[in-house]
Ligand binder design. Structure first.
Ligand SMILES: *Cc1c(COP(=O)(O)O)cnc(C)c1O
Length: 347
């Protein structure tokens, strides 16, 4: 490589690739610690109180991953034989290793719709009649932002529509809020205003918020008491986990507002790529850009490999589809460089 900037890798595979910043590491080193299984790690307790307050819920629980946050919630809300209503592009169905079936004995029933979204009518249609033949419809899961739907943002009114009906039908509501702060920053809706439509809500600190490890799930006191026991059962109870919770606290203090920079960078990338007629870019709402290549432009895996040779990483998600995700370590100069490289590769 001729010049130094060009030899630095621009990693757009995911917002999970972020490294803790020096200031975040310092906060981790300074954190007072206890043994969280005795509930006396002050840093974990402070984070849990803060997350509960942020969502306007009674209590919260710190867990190792977003997957565990969702699965602890699912197990806490359901019993074997129950059914979960969710979108076919939802993370709990696509990317959690079959956990609803394996860990909770639940089936899933799909409610389809554009960009990972659905309506109260869809939920009504998916509900099972009360009859011994059928699984019991128990839980409805909404993901916000919706990753595979395009990093799409549910508005509060869309959620209110689904939630009101779901609750009338006796369903519990769970929010997979792995990227809830992206949704809040993009829509101007507060975490509380989203969460009031749910019985449980999660947040992931190791995505765009930049912490190395950790998620949390919030809900009622009774729900969290049960969730704590399930977390133990799933092997996710930790000891001096304040060292990790400190990173999450730091992220909530310093890395929320700046998500709008990630959204601007993603929008810029989407706009630059869409200048090429052989690249079809999905609408970009937050920090995720999906695009499809025309056959004449080669395949997505080929482009992924060529990008890597040019020190740019993106993910091929199919024969024609790629994904780029912006985050804390991606500058607008990086976006210009990545777009230029792609546009040069696909003329
Ligand atoms: C990343 C993600 C999760 C959790 O993933 P982990 O890798 O287990 O932290 C859950 N839901 C959504 C929508 C996600 O994007």
């Amino acid at each position: 490589m001729s010049n130094q900037t060009e030899s630095v890798m621009i990693d757009l595979r995911s917002d999970t690739v972020t490294q803790p910043t020096p200031a975040m590491k310092e906060a981790m080193m300074r954190a007072p610690l206890g043994d969280d299984i005795f509930s006396d790690d002050p840093t974990v307790n402070a984070l849990q109180d803060r997350v509960a307050d942020m969502f306007g819920m009674e209590a919260a629980l710190f867990v190792p991953s977003g997957t565990m946050a969702n699965q602890v919630a699912i197990r806490s809300h359901t019993e074997p034989g129950d059914e979960i209503i969710c979108h076919p592009l939802s993370h709990i169905y696509l990317y959690e290793a079959g956990a609803p079936a394996a860990l909770s004995g639940c089936s899933v029933r799909f409610v389809d719709g554009a960009r990972g979204m659905f309506t109260s009518d869809d939920v009504r249609a998916a509900l099972r009649p009360v009859d011994q033949h059928f699984p019991v419809s128990r839980l409805c899961v909404i993901e916000n932002t919706q990753n595979r739907g395009g990093g799409s943002v549910w508005s509060e009114s869309q959620i209110a529509d689904v939630s009101q009906t779901a609750r009338e039908l006796g369903l519990k509501m769970h929010l997979d809020g792995a990227r809830i702060m992206n949704a809040c920053v993009a829509s101007g809706t507060s975490p509380k205003d989203y969460a009031k439509h749910f019985d449980s809500a999660t947040i992931c600190f190791s995505k765009g918020l930049g912490a190395p490890v950790g998620s949390a799930v919030a809900g009622s006191k009774a729900f969290i008491t049960r969730a704590r026991r399930i977390r133990k059962m799933f092997g996710g109870a930790m000891r001096q986990s304040g060292i990790l919770a400190a990173a999450a606290n730091y992220a909530l203090d310093h890395h929320v507002e700046r998500l709008k920079e990630d959204h601007e960078n993603a929008a810029t990338l989407a706009k630059l790529l869409s200048e090429n007629p052989r690249i079809k870019v999905d609408p970009c709402e937050t920090n995720i850009v999906y695009f499809d290549l025309d056959k004449s432009a080669g395949t997505a895996p080929e482009l992924e490999a060529k990008l890597l040779q040019n020190n740019v990483r993106m993910l091929a998600l199919g024969p024609a589809r790629l994904r780029a995700v912006t985050h804390l370590h991606v500058t607008n100069a990086d976006i210009d460089r990545a777009a230029t490289i792609i546009l040069n590769l696909i003329r």
